[in-house]
Design a protein around this ligand. Structure first.
Ligand code: XMP
Length: 521
C-alpha cells in the first residue's frame, strides 16, 4: 500500500481517499510507528500528512527518522513537508507570517512534481513556520508570499514535498500534484480499481467462509447491500439475507430491496414484516431518545428471532448431513470505522453489536467484513461494478430509526403515510433537478404536534408544516444547509401542499451543523 502517516490532525483519511482516487491502494498508519513497522507493511510509497502548525512546538508529533532510509518514495504535505525538511538537514524558520486559506502560488521550476501545471495557481495553505532552506540534493519548485520554498523534489531518492494541502478541493491542481508524485516521481503503476477490489475480496471471502453458511442483515442502505452482494458473488446461496421492515421506511424502499436488489443479485432474502409490532412499541412515545430506544430494542428482538430461526433450520439440515450450520455474519464495516477505533482486533465486535443491534451470546457468529478497507465512495463504485440498481447504490444516508425520528411527536400510521408522501415528492424533485450528487442528504420532517392556519381551495385549513432539511457535507460530522434554487423550492412547496393532505405549509431549515444536527431528533 501507499502508507499515509497520521500526525493526529484529520488530514490523513482525506489524503488516503485521494490516493485511492488516484488509483493506488492506501492505508493510514500512526506517526508513532517505528521504521520496522513501516517496512513490515511493505509500502510502495509513504505520504506524510499535515498536522499541527509548528515542528518546533512542544510535544508535537514526530516521525522515526529511519523511515527516510527505507528506500521508499516519500511525499511530504504541509507539516509533513516540514518534518521532511528538518529530518533531512534543511531548515524551517519560525515566522510571524501565517498563511491561511486560498493563496497564490508561483511555480518557479516545474520539475517532475509540478510538470504540466500553470505557472501561477491557487493553493490552500495553513501554516505558520516556513521552509527557508531545502535539504541537500533537493530542487526548489515553487513559492508563495509567505513561503519562499513551497515545494521541492529529489528525483534520485524519489522524495518530494509541498507546503500546501493538495488534498483539499480549494487547491486547484491538487490531485494532479498527487498523481505526479505517485506516477512520475515515485514511478508507481496503478493497482486499485473497483474490479480489482472485487476479485480480491471474492477470493478472500471464499477462503474465510469455505462451505459454511452466512447470514446478513440488510438495512436498505448502501453498505450492507454491497457487502451482501460481494459475499453472494463469492459463495452464492450459502448466504441468506434478512430484511426487517419496521414500517418506518420511505416510499418504495421495501420494494426496491425485495425486487430490484434481489433481481440484480439473485440473493436469497427473508423479509420480516414487523411494522405492527414497531408501531405498537412506539405508541404514546414522543421523546426522541425513548423513540430510538424503542426502535432499537424491537429491531434487535426481530433480527435475533429471525436469525435464531435460520440457525435452527440450518442446524436441522446440517444434522441430516445435507447442509452446514450458519457460522458467519456479514457486516458492512467501512475503513473510517476501522481507523477511528484504532484498527485493532477488538473493532469487529464493538461494531457487530452496534450495527446489528447486539446479537445474543449464544448466537455467536464469526464476522465477514468485505468493506473493511474501503471508503464510502468506493463502496458505491463497487456496487455499480457489481451491477446493483442505482436506487440502492446512490442512496443517500438514511438513519436506522427511519421516519420514526422525522415525525416530531408521536409516531402513528397516518402520520407516517403523510410524511412518506411528502418525502417522495422531495426526493423525486431533487433527482429531477439533478442535485442528488450535490446534496449529502435531505431529511423531510413532519411537525406533527404543530398546527398552523392556512387557506386551501375555498376554506380555512388547520394543518401541519413540513420542514425541508437539505444539507451538504463530507462526512456528516459537520454540515451546511444546501442553497437549493428558489424555483425548485417553489415546485416542491407547491406539490407538497397540493398533493399531501394535512400539510398546508412548507418551511426550509437554514441551520448549519453545528449548532443543529442533521436530523431533527
Ligand atoms: P445527526 O442528526 O447526528 O446525523 O447530525 C448524522 C448522520 O447520522 C445519521 N443518523 C443515524 N444513522 N442510526 C443511523 O444509522 C441513527 O440512529 C442515526 N441518527 C442519525 C443521519 O441521518 C446523518 O446522516
Amino acid at each position: 500500500p501507499v502508507l499515509v502517516v497520521d500526525f493526529g490532525a484529520q488530514y490523513a483519511q482525506l489524503i488516503a481517499r485521494r490516493v485511492r482516487e488516484a488509483g493506488m491502494y492506501s492505508e493510514v498508519i500512526p506517526h508513532t510507528a517505528k521504521a520496522a513497522e513501516f517496512a513490515a507493511r511493505k509500502p510502495v510509497a509513504i505520504v506524510l500528512s499535515g498536522g499541527p502548525s509548528s515542528v518546533y512546538g512542544e510535544g508535537v508529533p514526530a516521525l522515526d527518522t529511519e523511515v527516510f532510509d527505507l528506500g521508499v518514495p516519500i511525499f511530504g504535505i504541509c507539516y509533513g513537508f516540514q518534518i521532511m525538511t528538518t529530518s533531512l538537514g534543511g531548515t524551517v524558520a519560525k515566522t510571524d507570517r501565517r498563511e491561511y486559506g486560498s493563496t497564490q502560488l508561483t511555480v518557479t521550476e516545474p520539475g517532475t512534481l509540478l510538470a504540466g501545471q500553470p505557472e501561477t495557481q491557487t493553493v490552500w495553505m495553513s501554516h505558520g513556520d516556513s521552509v527557508t532552506e531545502a535539504p541537500d540534493g533537493f530542487t526548489v519548485l515553487a513559492s508563495t508570499a509567505g513561503a519562499p520554498i513551497a515545494a521541492f523534489e529529489n528525483l534520485e531518492r524519489r522524495f518530494a514535498g509541498v507546503q500546501w494541502h493538495p488534498e483539499v478541493m480549494h487547491s486547484a491542481f491538487g490531485q494532479e500534484v498527487l498523481r505526479n508524485f505517485l506516477y512520475r516521481v515515485a514511478g508507481l503503476s496503478s493497482d486499485w480499481s473497483p474490479a480489482s477490489v472485487i476479485d480480491e475480496q471474492v477470493e478472500l471471502i471464499r477462503q474465510q467462509v469455505g462451505d459454511k453458511k452466512v447470514i446478513c442483515g440488510l438495512s436498505g442502505g448502501v453498505d450492507s447491500a454491497v457487502a451482501a452482494a460481494l459475499v453472494h458473488k463469492a459463495v452464492g446461496d450459502q448466504l441468506t439475507c434478512v430484511f426487517v421492515d419496521h414500517g418506518l421506511l420511505r416510499q418504495d424502499e421495501r420494494t426496491q430491496v425485495e425486487n430490484d436488489y434481489v433481481d440484480a443479485t439473485g440473493i436469497r432474502l427473508v423479509t420480516i414484516d414487523a411494522s405492527e409490532q414497531f408501531l405498537g412499541q412506539l405508541a404514546g412515545i414522543t421523546d426522541p431518545e425513548d423513540k430510538r430506544k424503542a426502535i432499537g430494542h424491537e429491531f434487535i428482538r426481530t433480527f435475533e428471532s429471525a436469525a435464531a430461526d435460520l440457525v435452527l433450520e440450518a442446524r436441522e439440515t446440517a444434522a441430516d448431513g445435507s447442509g452446514e450450520e450458519i457460522e458467519f455474519l456479514v457486516q458492512g464495516t467501512l475503513y473510517p470505522d476501522v481507523v477511528e477505533s484504532g484498527g485493532g482486533s477488538g473493532t469487529a465486535n464493538i461494531k457487530s453489536h452496534h450495527n446489528v443491534g447486539g446479537l445474543p451470546e449464544d448466537l455467536q457468529f464469526k464476522l465477514v467484513e468485505p468493506l473493511r478497507a474501503l471508503f464510502k465512495d468506493e463502496v458505491r463504485a463497487i456496487g455499480r461494478e457489481l451491477g446493483l440498481p442505482e436506487v440502492i447504490v446512490s442512496r443517500q444516508p438514511f438513519p436506522g430509526p427511519g421516519l420514526g425520528i422525522r415525525i416530531i411527536g408521536e409516531v402513528t400510521k397516518d402520520r407516517l403515510d403523510t410524511l412518506r408522501k411528502a418525502d417522495a415528492i422531495v426526493r423525486a424533485e431533487l433527482t429531477a433537478a439533478g442535485l442528488d450528487a450535490e446534496i449529502w442528504q435531505c431529511p423531510v420532517v413532519l411537525l406533527a404536534d404543530v398546527r398552523s392556519v392556512g387557506v386551501q381551495g375555498d376554506g380555512r385549513t388547520y394543518g401541519h408544516p413540513i420542514v425541508l432539511r437539505p444539507v451538504s457535507s463530507e462526512d456528516a460530522m459537520t454540515a451546511d444547509w444546501t442553497r437549493l434554487p428558489y424555483e425548485l423550492l417553489a415546485t416542491i412547496s407547491n406539490r407538497i401542499t397540493n398533493e399531501v393532505e394535512e400539510v398546508n405549509r412548507v418551511v426550509l431549515d437554514v441551520t448549519s451543523k453545528p449548532p443543529g444536527t442533521i436530523e431533527w431528533e
